[in-house]
Design a protein around this ligand. Structure first.
Ligand code: MOS
Length: 732
């Protein structure tokens, strides 16, 4: 189904099932531990052996020798595959560097061997017996040192947050120079780890030249294509299966060493092999959110209107890696005739930087929204008022393009009212609660809504059960549930008459889970398949499909009616279709908006920051399931607390690796860190987004939170920290 005109009324609008705050249909499986993750699939292939991956102990140079004799002789060892006896594998499209093979080392903990043994413990013990000799070369590990000479580079990421190297509108320098009120500040964000609960893990099994990998992947079709490229296999010989995922946050968008080395290990061992990356390998072998240095300049008239705005971001990456698109939101969030955005990329020899939840906007807003707070203060304006004053209903770089729907002003004003913003003391450092300094802060939230094609297959059986199959994934987000809700609404069924099967490359290719595009696009694909199934049902029953109404398990047309299952016949009825987008997406800018409000208390003696209250008001199209959407947003807000106050992958600048490469050293918020969180969704349907009239929401909840906390810390203490995370040493 081609979607190229705004959606009219359709069966989803009934909202009998869609839009209801239903429990997750996979909830009982999750809470009883019966939704198996990749590493736990003991059932899928007999005689599984265990692979343990060895990572390089240098960041740059060559492996000169590997002594595997002791490991080979160790108890239980079946096979060892080393990088020296494997030719360098092809670099897949979405990897910055090849994942295995050859002597060259491009980053610390690059995989150099997999040891396969009868048990996990035997594989790990044997791996520790491998002696590796290296020729170490000096590397570049310091972003700040490399930033000065970093060239302009665009971000044409397939993940969707693309931007040209430099973009200019009007005369930024002239307007900035002439502005009566000006800000010129630099903000820094650190490297961050996805720190998902389930590490990257895969089980690989060969049947002749056919490879099946049970893995943990957000994007089945990307993983299948890239695994085929890496191993030099025709794609049709590769099957990927990933029905349950214990978190991804972007870390599982791309093929990583677990799948590749499980496949190589299984080939060498002649039996299925399972591999899970250890925590240090998750940090240093896979991807991370790269650190940024962001310079922001804003010029405004004394009336508070922005006349000039510039956002320049520098990040680092491996040679074939991409820049963090941290300027993304600054192209679209506020009005202003004279504009500049630019990205610079420094070549570093650290592990690959890539997408982590809301890549671009999440770190970009951590800078921009402090700058807006600072600018409001210079202007003597309330920060909410300053943002509202600079709202725009069109893309400021392309004024002929309106936003499909933009309720930022409503998010901010509704949030201010709900949060009691008028009670904030605009003078910092004045509100005390015993030993605590108390402050409030806010920020705008923004994340683009990306459209990408998505397909599904739906099958009706005689009992009136509908089964949906699509390679869509559920990374803990609720995909199973909203897909079931969509099919139930379309076919006139209660949700318990719908079965959903996800995460298998044998199913039609979906949008996958990334960039908060999963919910809207994957359900739109299911919608398209269900439109076809409805037509097939009507035809089977001899009903006019234009008149056929689907409700309560029955199909009615005129004065005739039949149970839905009757149309299935003995063999069942199958329909397959997908959603594809025309140029509607080019005619409208599609984005999601939020207002984030935070209250913090900072210990006047120790500098410890405690978050006391958080509120997010979100405008993100139709909310398909308010319960799972709220869970997404509060999880994202929690991630925002981590980004503001704790998370920091610390670079060892001599040896070139992330030092705190485990969950003891890499701090993320725990329950005790998180206070009352409230989420409000504005009433919104966006007929331009898809027939579902929905948009993404899972990343929006993170975008802006970090800056709202930083601004609250400033309001509490009078100390402006521009270098994340805001740890207590920066407040003393
Ligand atoms: Mo998201 S970073 O696109 O999984």
């Amino acid at each position: 189904m081609k979607f190229d005109t705004p959606a009219g009324a359709n069966p989803i609008d009934q909202l009998k099932v869609v839009g209801q705050p239903l429990d997750r249909i996979d909830g009982p499986l999750k809470t009883t531990g019966t939704a198996p993750y990749a590493y736990e699939r003991h059932d899928v292939a007999p005689n599984q052996a265990y692979g343990h991956v060895v990572g390089a102990g240098i960041a740059r140079g060559r492996v000169t020798a590997m002594d595997i004799a002791a490991a080979r002789a160790a108890a239980g060892v079946i096979a060892i595959v080393t990088t020296l006896d494997t030719p360098r594998l092809a670099k897949a499209k979405r990897n910055a560097a090849p994942l295995f093979g050859g002597a060259e080392i491009q980053h610390y903990h690059q995989a150099i061997a997999v040891v396969v043994a009868e048990s996990f413990e035997q594989a790990r013990a044997a791996a520790q017996l491998i002696r590796v000799s290296y020729a170490r070369e000096p590397g570049r590990f310091d972003l700040a040192a490399a930033a000065g000479s970093a060239p302009l580079v665009g971000g044409d990421s397939e993940e969707g947050s693309g931007a040209p190297p430099e973009d200019r509108r009007g005369d930024f320098e002239g307007a900035f120079g002439a502005a009566p009120v000006r800000l010129d500040q630099t903000y820094t964000t650190p490297d961050e780890s996805h720190a998902m609960m389930e590490p990257h893990a895969s089980i690989a099994a060969w049947e002749g030249d056919r490879l099946t990998v049970w893995t943990s992947s957000q994007m089945i079709a990307w993983g299948k294509a890239d695994l085929a490229t890496t191993l030099g296999l025709p794609p049709e010989k590769v099957r990927l299966v990933s029905p349950y995922i214990g978190g991804g946050f972007g870390g599982k968008l791309f093929l990583r060493a677990d799948a590749v080395l499980a496949a190589l290990g299984a080939r060498a061992a002649g039996r299925p092999v399972k591999v899970a990356l250890t925590r240090p390998l998750v940090a240093n072998n896979t991807t991370h959110r790269p650190a940024t240095i962001q310079r922001i300049r804003i010029g405004a008239g004394r009336d508070g209107r922005i006349t000039a705005i510039a956002h320049e971001s520098t990040s680092g990456n491996l040679k074939d890696g991409k820049p963090e698109t941290a300027v993304q939101q600054s192209k679209l969030l506020y009005a202003g005739a004279n504009r500049l955005t630019a990205m610079r990329l420094a070549e570093l020899d650290l592990p690959e930087g890539n997408a982590m939840r809301a890549p671009g906007e999440a770190p970009g807003l951590m800078a921009l929204e402090i700058a807006m707070d600072e600018m409001a203060e210079k202007l003597g304006l309330d920060p909410v008022r300053f943002r509202i004053l600079n709202d725009t209903q069109v893309d400021p770089e392309h004024p002929e393009r309106p936003f499909s729907h933009r309720q930022l002003v409503e998010c901010l004003s509704r949030g201010a009212e709900r949060f009691g913003w008028s009670g904030r003391n605009p003078k910092p450092g004045e509100r005390r609660d015993g030993r605590w300094l108390v402050g409030m802060g806010m920020a705008a939230g923004f994340r683009n809504n990306l459209l990408t094609k998505s397909a599904a297959r739906v099958r009706l059986d005689r009992e009136g059960i509908v089964t949906v199959e699509t390679d869509m994934t559920d990374i803990g987000t609720g995909s199973y549930t909203i897909i079931a809700q969509t099919a139930a609404e379309m076919m006139g069924l209660p949700i318990d008459k719908v079965r959903v099967r996800l995460g298998d490359s044998d199913f039609p290719v979906s949008a996958g889970s990334g960039g908060q595009w999963g919910a809207n696009n994957s359900t739109a694909g299911v919608y398209a398949a269900c439109v076809k199934l409805r037509e097939a049902v009507a035809q089977r029953l001899g009903f006019n499909s234009a008149d056929a109404a689907f409700a309560e398990g029955m199909v009615r047309a005129g004065n005739r009616s039949a149970p839905l299952g009757q149309a299935a016949g003995e063999a069942g009825l199958v329909a397959e279709d997908g959603i594809e987008y025309g140029d509607l997406a080019k005619r409208y800018q599609q984005s999601t908006f939020a207002g984030h409000f935070v209250e913090v208390a900072v210990d006047a003696a120790t500098g410890e920051t405690r978050v006391r209250r958080m509120l997010a008001v979100c405008a993100a199209g139709r909310i398909l399931n308010p319960k799972s959407a709220r869970s997404q947003v509060i999880g994202a807000m929690t991630m925002g607390v981590g980004a503001a106050l704790m998370e920091d992958l610390v670079v060892d600048k001599r040896l070139g690796f992330f030092v705190n490469h485990d969950l003891a050293g890499y701090e993320v918020p725990v329950h005790a860190d998180i206070p009352h969180q409230e989420v409000i969704f504005l009433d919104e349907v966006d007929p331009v987004s898809s027939p579902m009239k929905a948009k993404g929401v899972g990343e929006l909840g993170l975008c802006g939170v970090g800056a709202a906390i930083a601004n609250a810390v400033y309001n509490a203490t009078g100390i402006r920290v521009r270098d994340y995370p805001i740890t207590l040493d920066k407040l003393l």
